[in-house]
Write a new protein. Structure first.
Length: 238
């Protein structure tokens, strides 16, 4: 039986399967793997909780009935007491079996709870990794946008500078101690391929550094920034 087959079982059928597999020494490995599959785990755990509650109710009811039977027996005198003590062994055996089953269900619930936490942790890691990859792609796009302005000499607006400066302001946790690391550092060290430094690349990098610090409209005042092209008429600015 695989996870898909188990998912098709009714609650009653799945309860029977769970009951047959709660005790590890008698557990069927294939059936248990289907039980703890992420798609079946929440349902299986809830059904075990239901079983646990029912057996707890049975134990309480039997104790209440036993107490009432004791009072009745002792009220009948010697004959009643004989009936009471004569039934004690059978009652104790039945109670012991139910209590053992109850404890096994409890341990199985704890086991499934641990499995659920592992699933939740793995899913959380996947979400974090996906978000980190999305942030990496966004950072690369911002870096390319800045590099294009530095290369082509296009006029940068204030919104451009604010966008570029985010690479120096926003951080992500990195390393064993989860130190905050700027997006630009992540790009320089982890997120982009390393390429040989050329004269043109060094000039562009210098221009980018100047453009990161400059307010809007002042980029062309720096000698390291290419002359900007006017956005309206395409004429060179003097």
């Amino acid at each position: 039986m695989d996870a898909a087959d188990l998912a098709q079982l009714s609650d009653g059928e799945l309860e029977e399967l769970l009951t047959a597999n709660i005790h590890p020494p008698r557990r069927d490995a294939e059936a248990w793997a289907a039980i703890i599959h992420p798609d079946n785990l929440p349902r299986a755990r809830q059904l075990l909780v239901n079983i646990h509650e029912r057996t707890a109710s049975v134990l309480r009811r039997r104790k209440t009935e036993r107490d009432a039977f004791r009072a009745e027996c002792f009220a009948r005198g010697a004959a009643g007491k004989a009936d009471w003590f004569g039934s004690q062994a059978e009652y104790d055996a039945a109670r012991r079996r139910t209590a053992n089953f109850h404890q096994r269900v409890q341990r199985a619930i704890s086991e499934l709870g641990k499995e659920q936490r592992n699933v939740n942790r793995a899913q959380s890691i996947d979400v974090v990794n996906e978000a980190r990859e999305t942030l990496r792609r966004l950072s690369v796009a911002v870096q390319r946008h800045q590099a294009a302005h530095a290369r082509d000499g296009g006029i940068a607006e204030q919104s451009d500078y604010e966008l570029w400066q985010l690479l120096d302001c926003l951080t992500v946790p990195t390393g064993p101690d989860q130190s905050p690391t700027t997006l630009r550092t992540m790009l320089d060290i982890y997120w982009t391929d390393v390429s040989p430094i050329t004269a043109e690349g060094e000039q562009r990098e210098q221009a980018e550094r100047l453009m990161r610090r400059a307010p809007a409209g002042q980029a062309a005042a720096f000698s390291g920034v290419p002359r900007a092209r006017h956005v309206d008429n395409g004429k060179r600015l003097s």
